[in-house]
Design a protein around this ligand. Structure first.
Ligand code: GCB
Length: 629
């Protein structure tokens, strides 16, 4: 491949080759840089940093000392592409535990004009990232699944020559990470999904013509299903330039004008513009009819258009009324599936085709809601908006032990991820709630109470239009917990008749129904959903034997019947749509497991359907999920 060979050349020669073409258009194609994003919403000033990247593993942790970040030579680096998970297919304990790996991208700026500022935006890096530009450190980040950006300092950036972006990625999990590290009873690394190291989602260059949009909110408010809607648009811009600028913002929502106005924005300052528009007879968004309104924005500075921004919004209300989740005023009884953005060949570095497939499969089984343990890829949200799937949106505050949840740095990271998730994803009509975590201690004390109280307050302040939830492990011994008081929604992960649970308390599936009634009595005013239930299945065999397809079929029929018998439930989510890599020596309650694959999926890892798929599909599709009946 031409690009790969070019990159293998000594960098000095590479620079000569490109410098010779000074008058020619920037070497976009050769660098693999393309204008635009792979998803359709957002600002129009992004360039995908695709093409050939370089990678080198650094298991010995010597990279910084040996100055991988500074060396121009490409010796020791191998060509790769980004997104990338470097340990796909390595199912060892060492792979799950994590290590360090280095990525490098040599590129020309796709626009050489001197007035442009540049940012680099990472959609998701797992887990700790440190970034250098042309040998100098420019920033770092902690935490995957959420976008972050760094400014490329003008003094370091080469307008014409080759720029070298180097990223050190460390995916060794700590007890204080999301998700945290830990050890299972048998001494293996714990964790709810594979610890794929790498740059797991795309990287973009962002060109700033003095003024950039730092946040953009389009929030439709619908007081009742037959009411007029009010749409609030709020845009915060930032002036990257050295001089104050007269900034004029225009916008439309569904073709209606948003009067955002004009302001003078000081150098290095932010300014917020807001406007409201009334939509008299809105066409509502719902899974049955996912109607989207286009919204467009333009930023003008000094009389010139410097930035455009487009998105797709939906008008709907989602709230808890009388202890029930209501969509557009109607109580719902959703059915859905848990998902992972996983794939046997790519790990978590999946592409658009795989994302479309996951969404299509969720639709095919009859789901109206999907849930993951972490914020989804931006394109997944857009697909959910378009296809009519509600999203239980969760931050990866996953099974964090109380003694770590207590720590300030853990609380700060959780608060940052909650805020980042809301700011990044709040414009999607598909998102039905913000979840602040999964399976913290089932017997919460003051630490968790404080976490819940603060997280709910923070989320409500950022987004007063969506309910706030938490998924909890369903154990009768937990009793009624006053610590859950601030929550709007309680998700119950119930594995009755599958796992024994502490002291065997959930071994008997017949105790599920009374347990659910007790939960309802505890939380009469909250919406309650079954956020997980599932059984592993990898073979045919007796219906009484755990791990057989027959057992799984019987399990889903029994559980969905119990769920359907509780009219106060707002929904039920099967865990999971498809098998995924989880961790070494996983058995998931199956006496004959295929570690490291989690096998509660309705689809095998190769995408084929298990018998229980058809039971779930029949039961999901025969349930009036949206309150039509
Ligand atoms: C849970 C977790 C989920 C696991 C599941 C299981 O409660 O939330 O991530 O995969 O149990 O299969 O044990």
């Amino acid at each position: 491949m031409r690009i790969a060979r070019l990159l293998a050349l000594p960098i000095a020669l590479l620079a000569c080759l490109t410098a010779g073409a000074a008058a020619a258009p920037p070497a976009l194609a050769a660098d693999g840089i393309t204008r635009g994003t792979i998803y359709r919403d957002g600002p129009d000033n992004r360039y995908l940093l695709g093409g050939t990247w370089l990678f080198r593993l650094d298991s010995a942790g010597v990279g910084q000392r040996e100055r991988f970040q500074r060396r121009a030579s490409t010796a020791g680096w191998a060509a790769t592409t980004v997104p990338n998970a470097w340990n796909v297919g390595d199912n060892s304990v060492a792979s799950m535990t994590g290590t360090t790996g280095w990525y490098r991208k040599d590129f020309h700026l796709p626009d050489r004009r001197a007035r442009m500022d540049w940012l680099v935006r990472f959609e998701s890096v797992n887990y700790r990232a440190k970034v250098w530009l042309n040998g100098r450190p420019i920033g770092r980040n902690t935490g995957a699944y959420l976008p972050w950006a760094l400014r490329l300092p003008g003094g370091l950036l080469k307008r014409r020559g080759v720029n070298r972006l180097v990223i050190r990625v460390d995916n060794r999990r700590l007890r204080t990470d999301f998700p945290p590290s830990g050890l299972t009873g048998s001494g293996d690394p714990a964790g709810g999904w594979w610890n794929y190291g790498g740059i797991l989602r795309e990287v973009y260059l962002q060109r700033v013509d003095r003024i950039d949009i730092s946040s953009l909110l389009v929030r439709p408010e619908l007081p009742c299903s037959t009411c007029a809607a009010t749409v609030l648009a709020r845009v915060t811009v930032r002036n990257y330039g050295d001089a104050p600028s007269r900034v004029h913002l225009t916008g439309t929502f569904g073709g209606r004008r948003l009067a955002l106005g004009t302001k003078t924005v000081g150098s290095r300052r932010f300014a917020t513009f807001a406007a409201r528009v009334r939509i008299a007879s809105p066409q509502l968004w719902s899974p049955a009819s996912p109607y989207l309104y286009p919204a467009r924005f333009a930023v003008r500075a000094g009389g010139r258009k410097v930035l455009g921004y487009a998105l797709h919004s939906g008008i709907r209300s989602i709230e808890v009324v009388g202890g029930h989740l209501a969509l557009n005023g109607r109580p719902v009884d959703l059915r859905g599936v848990g998902i992972h953005e996983d794939d046997p060949a790519a790990g978590f570095a999946i592409g658009s085709a795989r994302r479309q497939q996951i969404i299509a499969q969720a639709k095919e089984v009859g789901a109206t809601v999907i849930r993951a343990h972490y914020p989804l890829h931006p394109e997944m949200h857009e697909l959910a908006d378009r296809e009519g799937l509600l999203v239980w949106s969760e931050i990866p505050v996953y099974a964090v032990k109380t003694k770590f949840l207590k720590r300030l740095e853990v609380r700060k990271l959780a608060a940052r991820e909650l805020e980042d998730n809301i700011l990044a994803n709040q414009n999607h009509p598909s998102i039905m709630l913000w979840s602040i975590g999964n399976e913290l201690s089932a017997r919460p004390g003051p630490v968790q109470a404080n976490y819940i109280e603060r997280a709910v307050r923070q989320a409500k302040a950022l987004d007063p239009t969506r309910p706030i939830g938490l998924a909890v492990a369903g154990y009768p011994s937990a009793g009624c917990r006053p610590q859950y008081a601030p929550l709007d929604v309680v998700g119950i992960n119930e594995y009755f008749g599958w796992y024994p649970g502490p002291n065997g308390q959930i071994a008997d599936r017949d105790t599920l129904s009374p347990f659910l009634d007790e939960m309802r009595a505890c939380y009469p005013n909250k919406a309650i959903l079954i956020s997980e239930f599932g059984a592993e299945a990898n073979r045919s065999g007796p219906v009484q034997e755990k791990g057989t397809y027959e057992y799984q079929q019987d399990f889903v029929n029994f559980h969905l019947a119990v769920h359907a018998s509780k009219p106060w439930l707002s929904g039920s989510i099967y865990w999971a749509l498809q098998e995924f890599r989880v961790r070494p020596n996983w058995d998931g309650g199956n006496p004959h497991p295929d570690s490291p694959i989690h096998e509660k999926g309705l689809l095998r890892y190769d995408g084929t359907k298990k018998p229980a798929w058809f039971d779930v599909e029949r039961l999901f599709k025969s349930t009036p999920q949206l309150g039509q009946s």
